[in-house]
Design a protein around this ligand. Structure first.
Ligand code: 3DU
Length: 245
């Protein structure tokens, strides 16, 4: 894992990865919290989110917000992001659109303060490139979904080589690969050896964090095992201790 790495002969400087690495080294964890729900609820307010992040911030390096959070928080996301400079914020809208719309959406998300956006790689190199251009203008990063964690993900997961080729063409070296399938993580890592891999699927979906890391994952993305537990701080802290000591 390197914030400046070589993909297909190009050196990539990635301000998002530099920021994330600095935070994760300081906090001694490589945990990203996926905030889709609090308890059993996918609807939550700004104050509730601030309270949760304030409690867990010590144990996590970043927060991943997706469409459930967007529906709940809308524009107040901007204030939340601005209040936690010790966390990176990743917009997980899993963009999968024509290049123009991928570029426009990415730009709007960076304007809202996000450090990185997640884009599907199967849509092709041009869509990835459009997101990458928006990221470069904003000093942010792009994470591309190379493979997915749920059992039905057969279509996307049977095209990992093609997905990686699109990522190489777009000079994207931050990738999502599933903790539920360590073999795919290894395949992604050997296909793009300088990549930084973000692995969701730990805990509730059945993936094991340590196995994902042994297979090549750099960061773990964990949601409900923390947010649905009666004690999110304790759950996050014990995961960190179990995995990073
Ligand atoms: O299963 P959890 O509650 O730990 O949440 C996993 C998060 O990771 C969730 O936000 C989901 O949108 C995201 N994710 C996957 O679970 C699987 C993928 O392949 C990509 C992203």
């Amino acid at each position: 894992m390197s914030p400046s790495s070589c993909v297909g002969g190009f050196t990539i400087q990635d301000p998002f990865l530099s920021k994330l690495r600095e935070i994760s080294e300081r906090k001694r964890n490589r945990l990203i919290l996926a905030l889709d729900s609090i308890g059993e609820r996918s609807s939550f307010g700004e104050e509730e989110v601030r309270e949760l992040l304030d409690k867990v911030r010590k144990h996590v390096s970043g927060i991943k917000l997706g469409l459930p959070a967007e529906i709940s928080l809308g524009k107040s996301t901007e204030r939340v992001i601005g209040s936690f400079p010790d966390l990176v914020f990743i917009a997980d809208w899993k963009l999968a659109d024509i290049p123009e719309v991928c570029g426009l959406t990415s730009r709007a998300l960076f304007e809202r303060g996000f450090d990185a956006v997640i884009v599907h790689s199967f849509v092709g190199a041009k869509s990835l490139e459009a997101a990458k251009r928006a990221a470069e203008e904003a000093g942010g990063g792009v994470i591309a979904v190379a493979a997915m964690s749920h059992p039905d993900a057969t279509l996307v997961n049977s095209n990992v080589d093609q997905n990686l080729m699109f990522c190489r063409m777009a000079r994207i070296n931050s990738l999502v690969a599933p903790a539920t399938n360590p073999k795919i993580i290894s395949k992604v890592k050997s296909g793009l050896p300088d990549s930084t891999i973000f692995s969701p699927g730990v805990g509730t979906q059945g993936g094991e964090g340590r196995e994902a890391i042994l297979a090549g994952a750099d960061y773990l993305i964990v949601g409900r095992s923390i947010t649905s537990s009666g004690d999110p701080v304790r759950s996050a802290a014990s995961l960190v201790t179990r995995i990073w000591g």
